[in-house]
Design a protein around this ligand. Structure first.
Ligand code: UDP
Length: 238
């Protein structure tokens, strides 16, 4: 505990839905601004931060495929949705005084930088928050996998997953009042119990590279900072 962060460089994964607030679709500006100020609190401790943001609040490939669209095309639409969220987050962070760069796995030159690993690392060393857009750039993947991949590439000490609840439970705590929260888990626990945290490829990649995953609630004020200092409620997967 205490006020010292336990990690030097981290990747925060935010789902698109986390930025939706109480809405049915799209972005809630208050939620985006709140998340930005949570990120600022972490930057102010001197921690290097990069972000992966999902797109589920706008479009999910699987829904498009269910509606009869070709899966790959639908997935590219989903990746473009993440770009929209990344630009919104960039705007909110810069409004609270944080310098940022968006780097996209799909090249959209007029809007953001292309993903270049060494350049992204350099941005972080200079104190900029790098926001990774368009997931992995490949259909049939998710932004969870993109988060594990970028965390590995950036040499992050931890991957933080902001969710709707304060950690990983043995069943859905919103439906089952007796659901039990785990303080710690192993990667293999998550895979073998099929716990709904991140998809299996994200868990496997983190396991292979020894990156701890910290799962916490986006709704607890100051939680991002607290978790990095070992305070508050969260689940640590190692
Ligand atoms: N997507 C993709 N490849 C990736 C990352 C994302 O094809 O590497 C697509 C996929 O269709 C996915 C959508 O983008 O449904 C939005 O991402 P995701 O569902 O992971 O967002 P989240 O659930 O975190 O909001």
């Amino acid at each position: 505990a205490g006020d010292k962060p336990h990690y030097r460089r981290v990747l925060l994964k935010i789902s698109g839905e986390a930025l939706m607030g109480d809405r049915e679709y799209g972005l809630d500006p208050d939620m985006v601004a709140r998340t930005a100020s949570e990120i600022r609190a972490v930057c102010e401790m001197g921690v290097e931060v990069c972000l992966v943001i999902g797109g589920g609040n706008i479009f999910r490939g699987i829904s498009g495929a269910t509606a009869g669209m070709e899966r790959a095309t639908a997935d590219y639409m989903g990746m473009l949705a993440t770009v929209i969220n990344c630009l919104a987050m960039q705007n909110a962070l810069e409004r609270c005084g944080i310098t940022t760069r968006v780097q996209s796995a799909l090249h959209i030159h007029a809007v953001c930088e292309p993903y270049i690993r060494r350049r992204a690392i350099r941005h972080m060393e200079k104190g900029r928050v790098v926001i990774f857009a368009a997931g992995t750039g490949n259909p049939f993947f998710t932004t969870d996998t993109a988060a594990a991949l970028r965390a590995t590439e950036m040499g992050c000490d931890a991957l933080l997953k902001a969710t709707q609840v304060d950690g990983v439970y043995d069943s859905d705590p919103k439906r089952n009042k007796d659901a039990v929260r785990f303080d710690t888990l192993t990667y293999l626990d998550v895979l073998s119990k099929d716990l709904k945290v991140m998809d299996a490829s994200a868990i496997s990649l983190s396991r292979e590279n020894g990156i701890p995953i910290l799962v916490f609630s986006i709704h607890n004020h100051g939680a991002f900072r607290d978790v990095l200092c070992g305070r508050g409620l969260f689940t640590k997967i190692t």
